[in-house]
Design a protein around this ligand. Structure first.
Ligand code: DGL
Length: 270
């Protein structure tokens, strides 16, 4: 199976596109809702939590795990890939979602000025700046942390004036950094749920880029280039959902993200 991990619900927006673009595969989604949000947590904590989740997903039969969370991708992916994977099941892989987003960004911007909205953890890690600069040294990257948005989404506070206030505030803080910004990456898997709010406050000539479609196409490409992984993945079109918190609560909020009913199970990963 393909394991998709997130601190909470946000990774469901990533999983949803996988199900649309790669429906033949089997998936396990794992949300660490008991300890979400990760966005304001330290490097060590995000790394430890993410490593526990990766180990769990490996043990559940996932040779490939996608960190469907920018904060985990920013703060844990590199260390897990470099230090932990070599001592774990040979051939298993962990991928993140920042690199594939960075790879495609030149297709969107014409001014060469890109804004990133994300959690404090993602923004402070400077991962987007590093990844984009590696590939496109001339693109200028501006960032704004939005520490309240993921918690608002986790609590189902979507499409209401309170949330709009903070979306507008964070957008102003980003766009006032340079009037030439023509592309905004929603660098947090929770933010596509706030797309209506973002669109209210952004001129139509500025592109707002959610990541899920980009990441799904990138995974498709990865699997076609890595038959050694693809051959280890079963293809019966199933998906199982697990949460570290109460499963009834998970199922209710997951409906907001997926627009359909699901049934999750609670597991311990720590
Ligand atoms: N899903 C996380 C991300 O994409 C944000 C939520 C959190 O703070 O845990 O960054």
């Amino acid at each position: 199976m393909i394991g998709v991990f997130d601190s909470g619900f946000g990774g469901l927006t990533i999983l949803d596109k996988f199900l649309e673009i790669l429906p033949e595969y089997d998936y396990i989604f794992l949300g660490d809702n008991a300890r979400a949000p990760y966005g304001n947590r330290s490097y060590e904590t995000v790394y430890n939590y993410t490593l526990q989740a990766v180990k769990k997903l490996f043990s559940m039969g996932c040779p490939l795990v996608i960190l469907g969370c920018n904060t985990a991708s920013a703060k844990a992916l590199r260390t897990i890939q470099q230090n932990d994977l070599p001592n774990m099941t040979p051939g298993n892989r962990v991928l993140g979602i920042i690199r594939p987003t960075a790879e495609i960004i030149a297709d969107y911007t014409q001014s060469g000025k890109v804004g990133i909205l994300g959690t404090s953890g993602t923004v402070n890690s400077k991962s987007y700046i590093l990844e984009i600069k590696k590939l496109y040294p001339k693109i200028q990257v501006y960032q704004q942390a939005c520490p309240l948005l993921a918690p608002l989404v986790e609590n189902g506070e979507i499409d209401n004036p309170g949330t709009d206030y903070f979306v507008n505030k964070y957008l102003n803080l980003l766009l006032s950094q340079d009037s030439g910004i023509d592309t905004i990456i929603l660098g947090c898997t929770h933010y596509p749920l706030l797309m209506n709010s973002f669109k209210k406050f952004v001129d139509s000539n500025i592109k707002i880029v959610p990541q899920n479609e980009i990441v799904a196409h990138s995974l498709k490409d990865y699997l076609s280039r890595h038959p050694e992984i693809d051959n280890r993945l079963t293809k019966n079109g199933t998906v199982k959902y697990f949460t570290t918190d109460n499963s009834t609560m998970f199922d209710q909020t997951a409906k907001l993200f997926l627009n359909r009913d699901i049934q999750s199970r609670t597991i311990e990963i720590f």
